[in-house]
Design a protein. Structure first.
Length: 297
């Protein structure tokens, strides 16, 4: 995901660390290159600009340029600021699902990977935390999506709410809650309907479901390959629904990584998980330090 950015930065840093001494102009020139590399990775302009400003402030003082290893100092500052920019929750993977049955709302655009992510999360909760999980599809417009969740449920050994034709999303949410309570489940995941674009009908429906379900977590699933669009989608969903975290999918692809880098700075929302493939075990807790390490090689 971050190969290009990583390559670009290692070029800049190689040159920087090879120089014995650094003037403020050297640092400035290097940071200009870092800024271009960030923009090419599809980090938003404002975020890239702020980032460089912060690094510059710390990196141009005499303590850096006059130190024995000025290049390495600058690299360290960039590293630390990258982690700060990616800043996640202390434990991004720990969902607030005490008090069973805990409702978790999964929202996002159609095709973002929402249904797959619902199954991935269910599997993780079951296998790693020993939770009893129920999944329900609320996508009344797309019977195939409901079927898909049921098939995934069978594959991973997680129960899905039986499909009753003709029910509204709100009806299904109520039924899921009831079944989760009666069945002694720890958590129930509501896979809401997605659309190709954000529109009022979609948001009205998801808001109505949210009001009925009263979710402990509202996780927004966005396609990491869509770069700045992913960040815009996140800002809109958060404005309408108040999301508690983001799952970035397709981070196994050859996108440029800008969505991961800008998400927190633009939306204020933490990335909780990343999707790294189509299989139901391809979900990882988001770890800023690891991502920063990957970017800086
Ligand atoms: P939904 O419409 O949002 O529910 O999207 P789906 O869950 O049906 O996913 C759409 C497609 O994206 C499917 O082919 C998934 O296998 C694929 N997909 C989902 N998450 C990932 C991921 O993290 N990486 C990759 N490579 N593919 C994914």
């Amino acid at each position: 995901m971050f190969e290009n950015l990583s390559e670009r930065l290692s070029g800049v840093f190689d040159r920087l660390t090879k120089q014995g001494s650094l003037s403020e102009d050297d640092v400035r020139a290097a940071l200009r290159e870092v800024r271009v590399a960030l923009l090419e990775a599809d980090v938003s302009l404002a975020v890239a600009r702020d980032f460089i400003k912060r690094v510059q402030k710390k990196a141009t003082g005499a303590s850096v340029t006059k130190s024995v290893t000025p290049g390495q100092q600058v690299v360290k500052i960039v590293h630390d600021e990258l982690i700060a920019m990616l800043e996640g929750e202390d434990d991004a993977g720990a969902l607030k699902i005490d008090n069973p049955p805990a409702p978790v709302l999964m929202v996002g655009l159609q095709g973002s990977g929402k249904t797959t992510t619902t199954a991935k999360l269910a599997r993780r909760l079951k296998e790693r935390e020993g939770k009893r999980v129920l999944m329900a599809s609320l996508d009344t417009n797309r019977p195939a999506a409901m079927e898909q969740l049921a098939i995934l449920g069978t594959q991973i050994g997680v129960d899905t709410l039986p499909i009753i034709k003709g029910q509204s999303a709100v009806d299904i949410a109520k039924r899921a809650k009831q079944q989760a309570t009666l069945g002694g489940y720890d958590v129930f995941l509501l896979d809401t309907a997605g659309r190709l674009h954000i529109d009022e009908v979609l948001m009205d429906e998801v808001q109505a479901v949210r009001d009925v379900a009263n979710p402990r977590e509202t996780l927004l699933v966005v396609d990491g390959l869509t770069g700045q669009d992913a960040v815009n989608v996140a800002a809109e969903f958060d404005g309408k629904l108040g999301v508690t975290g983001v799952v970035l999918t397709r981070m196994d692809g050859d996108g440029r990584g800008g969505a991961a880098l800008s998400m927190r700075a633009v939306t204020g929302k933490p990335i909780r998980f990343v999707g790294l493939g189509e299989k139901t075990d391809a979900l990882e807790v988001f770890d800023p330090k690891r991502v920063a390490g990957r970017i800086l090689g």
